[in-house]
Ligand binder design. Structure first.
Ligand code: FAD
Ligand code: FES
Length: 244
């Protein structure tokens, strides 16, 4: 884990409320896709966790949705502004579990961490299928970016305004070797129930410290309590215990 200053290189609006931010800084502590960084935003006590979307040289790409004070403040920042960032947090995805035909399933702002996973899996020569789930066509982002990596991409929208009408589970392919997924919990539950392979599931919890000190993000698993910020955010299918 490393606390350092990053400089904003660019901000791009991807949809009405979703932004892509590129920053330059020390990314040496980020070792896996599926990890996250914790951003210190001026005037806010708690840092805000955002998944690593991409790494390129010393450039870190984040994608975030404007939902409250922190992400609103982020959306107003400009190239040249600096952000204190704790990097290298969380366990991330274990890509050695992928097999030859990994399937990546993302819902809404669960899509970003799958981009770096897809890029690394393609570089390793895997046949990567991706399902991107959104509510409507207006919310879709990064479809072309995944296609440009050479992934087979299926988009689903709940209202049917683009792609397959319905949920990500309505578009599962016949064959896949392992599932990597991130998205809202109801989506993760549906994926858990439907898939026949092993799966790596990335969870979101409200966080305090973000690095294992406060226990604020503990969650019960088959193997006892785990801190989502430290032993997660990725849990394997076999260890997940759904609490009603
Ligand atoms: C490991 C991890 C990775 C994440 N990656 C991304 C990402 O790549 N892109 C992205 O847009 N968001 C991501 N999030 C969610 C993001 O951290 C929150 O949306 C953000 O902290 C909200 O801050 P805010 O000040 O704008 O909103 P707040 O004012 O804090 O909250 C506004 C609304 O968002 C909800 N909310 C806030 N934090 C969370 C959370 N952690 N989980 C679920 N709901 C929350 C609140 O309940 C409230 O309804 C991630 C969260 C975690 C734990
Ligand atoms: S957020 Fe503090 S232990 Fe996870």
């Amino acid at each position: 884990m490393k606390d350092s200053l990053f400089a904003i290189i660019s901000q791009r609006k991807l949809t009405d409320s979703v932004y892509e931010m590129k920053l330059s800084g020390d990314i040496s502590h980020i070792t896996r896709s599926g990890q996250f960084v914790n951003l210190k935003i001026d005037g806010l006590y708690l840092r805000r966790p955002i998944s690593v979307c991409d790494l390129d040289g010393d450039t870190l790409t984040l994608i975030y949705k404007r939902v409250g004070a922190g992400t609103e403040a982020l959306s107003r920042m400009e190239p040249g502004d600096r952000l204190p960032i704790l990097s290298g947090l969380g366990n991330g995805y274990d890509l050695s579990l992928a097999g030859e035909k990994p399937l990546l399933i993302g819902g809404g702002v669960g899509v970003p961490p799958l981009y770096l996973a897809a890029k690394l899996l393609r570089a390793a020569g895997k046949q990567v299928s991706v399902i991107l789930g959104f509510n409507s066509a207006a919310e879709i982002f990064y479809e072309e970016e995944f296609r440009a990596l050479g992934c087979r991409v299926t988009v689903t929208t709940v209202d049917g305004s683009r792609g397959v009408k319905g949920f990500v589970t309505d578009a599962l392919p016949a064959e896949y070797s392992h599932v990597y997924t991130c998205g809202p919990e109801p989506m993760l539950r549906a994926v858990y129930r439907r898939i026949e392979s092993g799966g790596s599931f990335s969870f979101e919890k409200r966080m305090g410290c973000g690095f294992g000190a406060c226990m604020g993000c503990s969650c019960k698993t088959i193997a006892g309590y785990k801190r989502i910020c430290r032993e997660g955010p990725v849990l394997q299918k076999e260890e997940i215990l759904w609490e009603d």
